[in-house]
Design a protein around this ligand. Structure first.
Ligand SMILES: [Mg+2]
Length: 203
């Protein structure tokens, strides 16, 4: 069976272009830095974080329930700054993104809270190469729900087979394939570039 030519690329951000925003490792680091009770924080986080990533809860309300639910000796701004400092770029992946931007339609398709997504878009100039952000906090849906892939394809006006999803998590890659997208599991920029070239995607 011949594959339709690729028209658009959909990028995950955490674990691909940047470090994860607020995943296990980032939380562990900040929880240790601020001397929080890790188990209590984790329980509280687990209960409320889906609402944060689906855009139905502000970061302020999230922090009120998970961190500032008892007296602490630091302020919210310091804690948010530490959260934001966890976002670091994968320079090689960002370079590849910039390199492809002139030739390809590219979009973000990622799970993130509104506040962290805004910080990451701004800090790492993602709005240049990425034409739109199909992010869980804006769409009210999250990967790996197949519905978010279908919605992103509809909004971008791209047929599933003409789209390539790039994601570091296997379950998200499998979900993209389940709706008919082509998909690459990201390991590093060199592997991604090679696999994209096999699909005819080069700058
Ligand atoms: Mg990821």
């Amino acid at each position: 069976m011949t594959r339709p030519p690729v028209k658009a690329l959909f990028w995950d951000i955490g674990g691909v272009l940047l470090s994860n925003g607020w995943d296990r490792d980032q939380r562990k680091e900040v929880v240790t830095e601020f001397g929080l009770d890790a188990d209590d924080f984790q329980e509280r986080h687990k209960l409320i974080v889906p609402e944060l990533e689906l855009g139905r809860l502000t970061l302020d309300d999230y922090l009120n329930q998970t961190v500032f639910c008892r007296p602490v000796e630091f302020d919210k701004a310091a804690f948010v700054a530490a959260m934001e400092a966890q976002s670091v770029p994968d320079e090689a992946a960002l370079k590849l993104l910039q390199h492809l931007a002139g030739s390809w339609r590219m979009y973000a398709l990622n799970n993130e809270s509104r506040e962290l997504n805004a910080h990451r878009r701004r800090t790492f100039s993602l709005d240049g190469p990425l034409l739109a952000f199909f992010t869980s906090c804006y769409l009210g849906l999250a990967k790996p729900n197949p519905a978010i892939y279908r919605l992103a394809l509809d909004l971008a006006g791209v047929q599933p087979g003409q789209a390539v999803m790039i994601d570091d998590r296997l379950q998200n890659v499998e979900a993209a394939r389940s709706v008919g997208m082509q998909a690459i599991q990201f390991k590093d920029a060199a592997q991604l570039q090679a696999e994209l070239e096999e699909l005819g995607v080069r700058a």
